[in-house]
Design a binder for this molecule. Sequence first.
Ligand SMILES: *Cc1c(COP(=O)(O)O)cnc(C)c1O
Length: 237
Amino acid sequence: MTQSIASPNDRSSLIEDRYSSVLEALKRCAVRARRNPNDIGLLAVSKTRTIDEIRTLASFGQVDFGENYVVDALPKIRELVPLGLTWHFVGTVQSNKTKLIAQHFDWVHSIDRTSVARRLNESRHNEPLNVCIQVNVDDEPQKSGIRKAEAADLVENIQELPRLRLRGLMSIPKVDSDPEVSRTAFSTLYELFHELRPSVSEYWDTLSMGMTSDYEVAIQEGATLVRLGTALFGPRA
Ligand SMILES: *Cc1c(COP(=O)(O)O)cnc(C)c1O
């Protein structure tokens, strides 16, 4: 009986192909934007992907992985501990999940209020947790992220927390089929990143912006870390 489902080997070489095209594309975008390719990191967003897919991508050298649901992420993180991967939480942080996040992740990109930052700080016991502030640059009412005007206060509050290391800003602009629509949001985030720099002690080095549909624009506007899912693993089911 013939089946149209790809064999594990096919899937693995597909991921390998996509990974090398993405790495090439990132380099090309950096050069075109007159930036150093080494200044642009790749976060592989592995939400909805299996442990095997993550293991495959890791085998080609990818270290940083992102997840947005704690419950889905934990089995992957636990199973893959021997690989020494770096795990980034990119989803909305619910108060009742802060303990698990602080214990199992290395980064949280999506801090948008002081209470959540304090809870993460209390539950963190090993080396400091790297965090970014999520900014709602479009001021969309339904979306998570702090408003631009409130970012400075949150920066101040986070810096009082010894087990959090404030690294930068993150944003998820409105989804649009035209990546140019994201450009204003990205440049706003870039400006805010530089405005806030004097009030941050050190480690302020991360501008987490750009997804599969708009990462090229994000790189032109100063992203230091792009978060890609579809480009690496294919369309989500
Ligand atoms: C899913 C997700 C991504 C990746 O999206 P793609 O369009 O598949 O590249 C990036 N960032 C966040 C916060 C996500 O939830």
